[in-house]
Design a protein around this ligand. Structure first.
Ligand SMILES: [Zn+2]
Length: 211
């Protein structure tokens, strides 16, 4: 018998991968059909909406968009906001469908931009941006054989800034406007997802539990 990591009930037979509901363990068939699969479908729908929004082209520019920002959509950028905050993330176009997390909402009207950041999505208007520039990471990020080999495994990482974290490692490939892929990695921890570049880590090792 196995214990479902979502409902806690015991079940027999093969378990199912519970991602993205849970990052470890296995779930029962009921939870897979009723919880995990619908969530994956919704996530896929949302991902498509985000890609469609980024692909929106408009001539002349819609009121809420700017040619300068549009040129950096899909790239890793550093933005200094008018309130003094500086944030780094991947720039995307924002629409009501994305902003309100409702796939059925309007995905043709641009209402601003959003940054895909380490700490989650940050939505803003073009008027909030004081300075924007593509970051060095966008040009220099490279894959690491060591990181690639540990993808899908549980790892322990020491970052260059002195912080440490343990979680499941994933690789993410982002295709930018100029078709140059950006490779970044994501560490899924129970608290948050940490997105980083190969150049951000000092050391990494596989974590083994049990046996
Ligand atoms: Zn279950």
């Amino acid at each position: 018998m196995k214990k479902c990591c979502i409902c806690g009930n015991l079940f027999e037979g093969y378990g199912n991968n519970p991602a993205p509901i849970e990052t470890r363990g296995e779930c029962c068939d009921d939870c897979n059909i009723n919880v995990v699969v619908p969530r994956r479908l919704l996530d896929a729908k949302k991902a498509k909406i985000k890609a469609d929004a980024d692909a929106l082209t408009s001539t002349p520019l819609q009121r809420a968009e700017s040619a300068k920002l549009n040129a950096l959509v899909g790239k890793v950028v550093e933005i200094e906001y008018t309130d003094g905050d500086i944030e780094v993330g991947i720039l995307h176009k924002d629409t009501p469908a994305i902003r309100y997390q409702n796939p059925d909402d309007d995905n043709t009207k641009i209402c601003g931009y959003w940054l895909d950041r380490i700490n989650g999505e940050l939505h803003f208007k073009k008027s909030h941006v004081k300075k924007i520039r593509p970051t060095e990471a966008a040009q220099t990020s490279q894959e690491s054989k060591q990181l690639n080999e540990l993808c899908g495994k549980s790892v322990f990482i020491k970052f260059n800034d002195g912080s440490v974290a343990a979680g499941f490692l994933h690789k993410q490939t982002i295709i930018t406007d100029n078709n140059a892929p950006i490779i970044r990695y994501c560490l899924v921890t129970p608290i948050r997802n940490i997105v980083f570049f190969n150049s951000d880590i000092k050391s990494i090792r596989e974590e083994r539990y049990g046996n």
